[in-house]
Design a protein around this ligand. Structure first.
Ligand SMILES: Cc1ncc(COP(=O)(O)O)c(C=O)c1O
Length: 501
């Protein structure tokens, strides 16, 4: 009890520093998760000093398979102290909001290093990582060949502001992999990629309106920061202070997987719509899968209307298949945006499409887009090495098999615990929704039980398993996750779900 009070006081102190923190949720979620905290076991520090980076990586990859999950306090004192410090220096203590654990209430882990499938926090604890930096780390953390490529590139200089052959190498790899891309432009993030693609679509069509779907996230581009909506076509309402009505006036918001809504919108506005942008598997309202009819309708309606169809594959590119969701579902858009895996864990994004569209970008054409660090040699080295390794030894069958195993195991664990749930999965992207109905769009997702999710999240953290800290994020795993680790995760989930109130 004293411990709980001390923690509450600490939470209150943090909440004063970090006003975004939700103390009630934090305490209750932790309490719920603590019901089954039988033994507090500090994880052993990752032991012996091994100098060969390959050996460290392989050891880290294999070592988790030996142990079943231990139960430990949710967040260690060093992470708590680091967050307190960070909160006085950065808004909410973080450089990107999802990291702050706001959705589950509490103080985030501070990471010291990562190897293979594991993260190690400041308190020396090891976590099996199901975030993978929110998608990029498909090869596992600190893959020796990627690290080597980064170090070698760094030694040759970190930025030139002039073209390099390595950029053409990465461009070739992207063009070869992604069916819709004939020409590509490298940028620094997924946000830059989607922002630029929208500008290009407007530039080539001479039209202003765009369509996006509620619950799809395309980065923090003003015109795309519109998330709330219904199945009827509505004019967008800005989601964030600072985004003006003007910026979103031309954004039409629709419901994902709603073929009728889409068809009616094209009947009404077709000739004025520059672009339709969508996540071809949604990761940003949890994992939501498109129906084949929906993707086919998006393709045919845009084709007829002369609208540019943009697949935002920042998350799905090189993840759900080497050629992304467009390869997996056999539907080719006009343009594609990429990020995350394409940069191999470094800041790099890309957008591309048919040559006739891309050749209208400056300096080949007149549509302006530029970047001091675009095509940065270090980021290109990481991205190019990552794609080469994915192509040489495709992990996709293994990821699919492990994904099916995890989905089945989580589903059974939830059923055994009597919890209404949905497991939605495509390969190595997945969400366990605390929801009795299948999730096809944002309205469905929004009806999920966030409080139960928070209990699940903290219970998993206590067992050394780092899941996404929101019901509305997909988990990702890497080629370094083994069957034993998946089983360990299922055992942990069974314990946690059985104790959820
Ligand atoms: C589908 C999608 N598009 C765009 C973005 C924005 O990418 P970035 O965070 O690199 O700007 C994200 C980020 O999560 C994303 O998931």
């Amino acid at each position: 009890m004293e411990q709980v009070d001390a923690r509450r006081q600490k939470d209150r102190r943090l909440a004063r520093i970090c006003p975004t923190m939700d103390i009630e949720n934090s305490s209750s979620a932790r309490q719920g998760a603590s019901v089954f905290a039988i033994v507090v076991v500090f994880r052993r520090l990752f032991g012996c000093v091994v100098f060969a980076s390959n050996l460290i990586w392989i050891t880290a990859t294999l070592s988790a398979s030996k142990s079943t999950p231990n139960v430990q306090p949710a967040i260690g004192p060093k992470s708590v102290a680091a967050f307190e410090r960070a909160c006085s220096l950065m808004p909410g203590g973080v450089n990107s909001p999802a990291r702050a654990f706001g959705a589950v209430g509490g103080s985030p882990l501070f990471i010291e290093r990562a190897a293979g499938p594991h993260l190690f926090d400041l308190d020396g604890r090891r976590y099996l990582d199901y975030i993978g930096s929110w998608g990029p780390m498909i090869l596992g953390h600190a893959h020796p060949e990627v690290v080597e490529a980064i170090v070698a590139a760094t030694r040759r200089g970190t930025s030139y502001g002039a073209p390099t052959e390595a950029e053409s190498g990465l461009a070739e790899q992207i063009i070869e992999a992604v069916p819709s891309i004939e020409r590509v432009r490298l940028v620094n993030s997924g946000t830059e990629a989607t922002m630029s693609a929208i500008r290009v679509a407007r530039g080539v069509t001479g039209r202003e309106k765009i369509i996006k779907f509620a619950g799809n996230y395309h980065g923090h581009v003003d015109s795309l920061l519109v998330a709330a909506g219904s199945s009827a076509a509505t004019l967008g309402v800005p989601d964030s202070p600072g985004v003006t009505d003007g910026a979103t006036r031309d954004t039409i918001l629709l419901s994902y997987n709603d073929v009728q809504g889409l068809t009616e919108t094209f009947q009404q506005h077709g000739q004025n719509i520059a672009a339709l942008i969508l996540e071809p598997v949604v990761g940003n309202m949890g994992c939501v899968i498109p129906t084949q009819d929906f993707l086919a309708a998006a393709r045919s309606l845009t084709e007829t209307a002369g609208t540019v169809l943009i697949f935002d594959e920042v998350m799905t590119g090189f993840r759900v298949a080497y050629g992304g969701a467009q390869q997996r579902f056999g539907i080719t858009p006009d343009m594609t945006t990429l990020g995350k895996i394409v940069g191999g864990g470094m800041p790099l994004g890309a957008y591309g499409g048919r040559a006739s569209i891309m050749d209208q970008v400056l300096p080949a054409g007149k549509i302006f887009q530029a970047g001091t660090l675009s095509g940065n040699p270090v980021a290109v080295a990481a991205g190019s090495t990552t794609l080469r390794l994915l192509k040489q030894n495709p992990p996709y069958e293994q990821l699919e098999r492990l994904g099916n195993r995890l989905a089945e195991g989580l589903g059974k664990a939830a059923s055994d615990a009597g919890i209404e749930h949905q497991v939605q999965q495509v390969g190595s992207m997945m969400t366990l929704f605390f929801n009795k109905h299948p999730i096809n769009n944002w309205d469905d997702a929004d009806r999920s039980d966030r409080a139960k999710f928070a209990q699940y999240f903290w219970g998993m953290i206590e067992r050394g398993i780092y899941m996404p800290c929101s019901q509305f994020e997909a988990l990702f795993f890497s080629q370094t996750h083994t069957e034993a680790m998946i089983d360990q995760t299922i055992i942990a989930a069974s314990e946690v779900l059985a104790a959820i109130e």
